[in-house]
Ligand binder design. Structure first.
Ligand code: ADP
Ligand code: MG
Length: 284
């Protein structure tokens, strides 16, 4: 059927809405005007319109993935000062942030370090960068995840929850050391680790290295089994050094007297001797 310009303009919005092409719907008027004025070949007009739809679709998808990720907003590489993080190499972290290699093969990432050294910020920045590359990421405190897994087990939906979590290329479990031992809960955490093993990635941050993980899993055998699966294909990063929180608190305070008070307060909250030590050591 041939239509004149006005007749075509009348049906286009309905067709584009029905076909779910919102970006073309917003742009076809101005682009067809340009095409008419500049004598574009029809194929060029079509390609330009579909390109807009495609690009905006990618942007919308990334935005949706970022909302679903529950990543802390603002904890990105744009706000991360590598000069202040002397324990890590920028090149290494940026390579991990592409996801190449380790995410494809379901490898893991373990970040150890004392409180305030930038573990959460680093893993969140890696998560944001992975989302920008089109990957799917879920950020959760380990405690929250354990509670959700436990609730699913009570409702007999643990298996389907584990399957649903498969849509995420990476699950970040922040602050593993804060989980307290409870037979039922933490064995659900083990099931998550076992379920994703060699298929989908997990990243974990922890104040303390493996030697103290006995207090997280119900028994030593499960602790060893969890560590084995996490470490088998893993990158391990240690973020030791002075707390960034402590340093920025100090920088905010010029007054010597107040500074001593703050150091005292932070030191009390983060006692020395909590050094993770060598992360590559595994309990025998
Ligand atoms: P951790 O998880 O190791 O306890 P965080 O990642 O929460 O530490 O860092 C503590 C605070 O310091 C956060 O506000 C974080 O954004 C900030 N921070 C830590 N390291 C850096 C860094 N290298 N550059 C910028 N901000 C940092
Ligand atoms: Mg943290």
């Amino acid at each position: 059927m041939t239509r004149n310009k006005d007749q075509a303009a009348a049906v286009l919005p309905t067709l584009l809405t029905e076909l779910r092409l919102p970006s073309i719907n917003r742009n076809w008027k101005s682009l067809t005007e340009t095409a008419d004025r500049d004598g574009w070949p029809a194929a060029h007009l079509l390609a330009s319109l579909f390109e807009i739809e495609m690009n905006e679709r990618v942007t919308r998808r990334i935005q949706r993935h970022r909302e679903q990720s529950a990543l802390p907003p603002g904890k990105t590489f744009a706000t991360f000062d590598f000069d202040a993080a002397t324990a890590i190499r920028k090149a290494h972290i940026m390579a991990l942030a592409t996801g190449d290699g380790w995410i494809d093969s379901g490898g893991n990432l373990l970040i150890f370090g004392q409180s305030g050294t930038g573990k959460t910020h680093t893993i969140a920045a890696i998560g944001h960068a992975l989302i920008d590359c089109g990957r799917r990421v879920l950020f959760s405190t380990t405690t929250d995840m354990v509670q959700k897994l436990q609730a699913a087990r009570r409702e007999l939906t643990l298996t389907s929850m584990l399957d649903k979590l498969d849509k995420f290329d990476l699950i970040i479990l922040d602050d593993l050391s804060y989980v307290r031992k409870d037979q039922v809960e933490t064995s659900a955490l083990f099931e998550l680790i076992a379920h994703r093993y060699e298929r989908h990635s997990i990243a974990i941050t922890a104040n303390q290295t493996f030697a103290t993980w006995d207090s997280v899993f119900p028994d030593p055998a499960m602790t060893v089994a969890a560590i084995d699966r996490l470490v088998h294909h893993s990158n391990i990063i240690e973020m030791n050094g002075e707390s960034y929180r402590k340093r920025s608190a100090l920088a905010r305070v010029g007054n010597r007297h107040n500074t001593d008070d703050i150091v005292q307060t932070i030191d009390n909250a983060n006692p020395v001797g909590n050094n993770p030590g060598d992360a590559t050591h595994r309990p025998s």
